[in-house]
Design a protein around this ligand. Structure first.
Ligand code: ADP
Ligand code: MG
Length: 354
């Protein structure tokens, strides 16, 4: 009773925030305001002084255009927190920026979504970094759970819900029921891998070297998992590997599809494996209700149809899939009593991952 009252009061005194610490994009949700920050997970660091020069899109703009001693770091490569210090700096920047919007008496309660593949050590590092940056309380939520809440799936009910979150560094597959993750799998095949696949394909088929950004643009513009009703093509520039000179070529959707096909197959196999080990009653729910696709990688054209064809279950593309985790963190903050059981607060409650 007292605790409930305190929840209410502390809501007025602090500005609670939810953070989606994605491998490609970081989003911040502020209670009562919605998503206030949506930036690429990139930090520019001055190697001479160790100082952070810029965070987010500003840091990304600097990529490849800076003096040698300034480097742009992606602190969450492959869903793994590869650089603790930079991650802490990024969190510090985000919390400060979110807080300047409305200063309150107490430090914020912070819900942080972490990729479901991170280890306990990494989770603890995120918690400590968030605490060190003034949070009064830190809660960790696994991203597939946050995403499911974000798209309003009934996670607390005795019903099987299936989420496939295809991000930049990792794809998280999870089956959720009664407020918990029943089965899950995290694999390092996601948007970044598709970009690499396209780079390799163009190198071997066209003897041309293209950059990561070009590859990503190509994937977004004409990438598909199934043949398209009308073919698409795009002109791209790169360096001819034989002459060493710049060259322009036209790439078709068929090329991109062929390039990413092996990774897409891996992804489908991983979803199958999760389904195969899920208890039958829950599988039956999933067959009836379908699987929900979230994350930027889920936007690849024809992916939902291909998954449905292979898995023989309905596949739904969530609306606004790249903000699902942040919206979920927000819903948790707004309706804390209802969702507090899906959160991990104390040290000994950290999620276990094989
Ligand atoms: P994370 O949660 O890991 O930060 P996001 O959910 O923000 O990742 O998704 C980022 C990934 O989605 C990137 O690899 C990006 O290239 C990819 N992406 C974004 N939009 C599209 C699109 N329309 N088609 C295909 N891939 C996309
Ligand atoms: Mg994500």
């Amino acid at each position: 009773m007292l605790k409930k009252y305190w929840e209410k009061i502390s809501g007025y005194l602090s500005n609670d925030i939810g953070i989606d610490l994605g491998t490609a994009n970081t989003l911040v949700y502020m209670r009562g305001q919605g998503i206030v920050i949506n930036e690429p997970s990139v930090v520019a660091v001055n190697q001479k002084t160790g100082q952070v020069v810029a965070v987010g899109s500003q840091a990304r703009e600097m990529l490849g255009r800076t003096p040698a001693h300034i480097v742009a770091v992606k602190p969450l490569v492959g869903g793994v927190i590869s650089d603790f210090e930079v991650t802490e700096e990024m969190l510090a920047y985000l919390i400060r920026r979110a807080e300047t919007n409305s200063r309150k008496i107490l430090g914020p309660r912070v819900v942080v979504g972490v990729p479901s593949g991170v280890t306990n050590v990494e989770t603890r590092a995120v918690r400590d970094a968030t605490k060190n940056n003034g949070a009064s309380q830190v809660f960790i939520v696994e991203e597939p759970m946050a995403a499911a809440i974000g798209i309003r799936l009934p996670v607390n009910d005795p019903i099987g819900n299936m989420i496939v979150d295809i991000g930049g560094g990792t794809s998280d597959i999870a089956v959720i029921s009664l407020g918990g993750i029943v089965r899950s799998k995290s694999l390092k095949i996601a948007g970044d891998k598709f970009n690499q696949d396209i780079i390799s394909f163009i190198r071997s088929e066209f003897k041309m070297l293209i950059g990561e950004k070009t590859s990503e643009n190509l994937k977004i513009a004409i990438g598909s998992a199934l043949p398209l009703p009308a073919p698409l093509e795009a002109a791209i520039r790169g360096r001819d590997l034989i002459t060493g000179l710049p060259r322009e070529i036209v790439i078709t959707d068929t090329d991109v599809r062929e390039a990413i096909a092996p990774s897409i197959d891996h992804l489908i196999e991983a979803v199958k494996e999760v389904l195969e080990t899920t208890p039958p009653e829950i599988v039956s729910d999933v067959i009836g209700r379908g699987l929900y696709l979230v994350g930027g990688g889920g936007l690849i054209k024809g992916l939902a149809e291909l998954l449905a064809e292979n898995l023989k279950i309905p596949v739904h593309c969530a609306d606004d899939p790249m903000t699902a985790v942040a919206r979920g963190a927000g819903i948790i903050l707004e309706d804390f009593e209802r969702y507090k059981d899906v959160l991990i607060e104390s040290e000994d409650e950290l999620p276990l991952h094989s």
